[in-house]
Design a protein around this ligand. Structure first.
Ligand SMILES: C[S@@+](CC[C@H](N)C(=O)[O-])C[C@H]1O[C@@H](n2cnc3c(N)ncnc32)[C@H](O)[C@@H]1O
Length: 263
């Protein structure tokens, strides 16, 4: 896949996907709130939320930075319809493929994105392009996956399949690991990079994954490489964790929180 092809979101935008994003927003709210809170020295004029989904991150960005205008961009009109319904004052949304520049927004002092680079093929080329949407010396704040780990074999298998499926699409599940060391030729320099633990009960993680599996099990790579019976078993094993018929140790996830400054 080249970075010029339209980007499709691996995890879909149906009702299950929306439900998963609600759960995801709840799981990550405390860490994202703290991260965004540390960014706001003075309110930006314009803040952009890349891949805003249902707008939870956009509302948080607005609330914690006090930006005069906060704009959420997403390629899914269905997610954006949800986002508009619950949008606070000084927040707007636009349908846009964030791999394409210019953004339908004024140059931003602060651009934020949570779990967006991981869904883009050729993430590094797109990262460089984002510098063009930024006001001079503006900052790009990203929260991306560094690690998804667990002791339970069902969860481990799930993570391996997600990583393989994303790789087949030219995407990198653990793109957060790449962000703390950028080449000297990059338009960005790393201002701050942290790697924070996210401890969730296995049942909560399994609930997120069970919703997701129902969406991506029909992905062409998965359909061609994984037996349908194995996917059924995986779904059942995740449901068992959700329902408490089986227990497992909390998952060990790590989130990269990175602040980049435009050179
Ligand atoms: C995992 S969700 C994250 C949503 C939100 N940032 C959050 O953390 O709650 C990824 C979002 O990126 C959007 N997305 C994926 N590829 C995109 C693209 N090329 N342009 C714009 N949005 C995209 C999806 O529609 C989805 O809403």
């Amino acid at each position: 896949m080249t970075d010029l092809q339209p980007s499709t979101y691996t995890f879909g935008d149906n009702d299950l996907a929306a439900e998963r994003l609600r759960l995801l927003a709840a799981a990550y709210e405390p860490t994202s709130r703290a991260f965004i809170g540390r960014l706001a020295r003075e309110p930006p004029r314009v803040a952009i939320d890349l891949g805003c989904g249902l707008g939870y991150t956009t509302a948080l960005l607005q609330a914690k930075t006090g930006a005069a205008l906060t704009i959420g961009l997403d390629s899914s009109p269905r997610f954006l319809a949800h986002a508009w319904r619950r949008s606070p004052h000084a927040v707007a949304f636009a349908e846009h493929d964030v791999t394409r520049l210019p953004f339908p927004a004024p140059p931003a002092d602060l651009i934020y994105g949570r779990f967006i680079l991981t869904h883009l093929a050729n993430a590094h080329a797109t990262l460089e392009r984002w510098a063009d949407g930024m006001a001079p010396r503006g900052r790009l704040a990203l929260e991306e996956v560094d690690t998804l780990a667990a002791d339970d074999p069902t969860l481990t298998r799930y993570y391996a399949l997600v990583e393989a499926m994303q790789a087949a699409r030219g995407q990198r599940t653990y793109v957060g690991r790449d962000l703390c060391t950028l080449p000297a030729s990059s338009s960005w320099r790393v201002e701050r990079a942290d790697d924070v633990p996210i401890a969730l009960p296995a049942a909560t993680a399994a609930r997120l994954h069970a919703l997701n599996l129902r969406t991506w099990r029909s992905d062409p790579f998965i359909a061609a490489t994984v037996d349908a019976a194995e996917l059924d078993d995986l779904g059942d094993a995740l449901d068992d964790l959700v329902a408490g018929r089986r227990t497992a140790a909390p998952v060990r996830w790590r989130l990269a929180q990175v602040v980049l400054r435009r050179r």
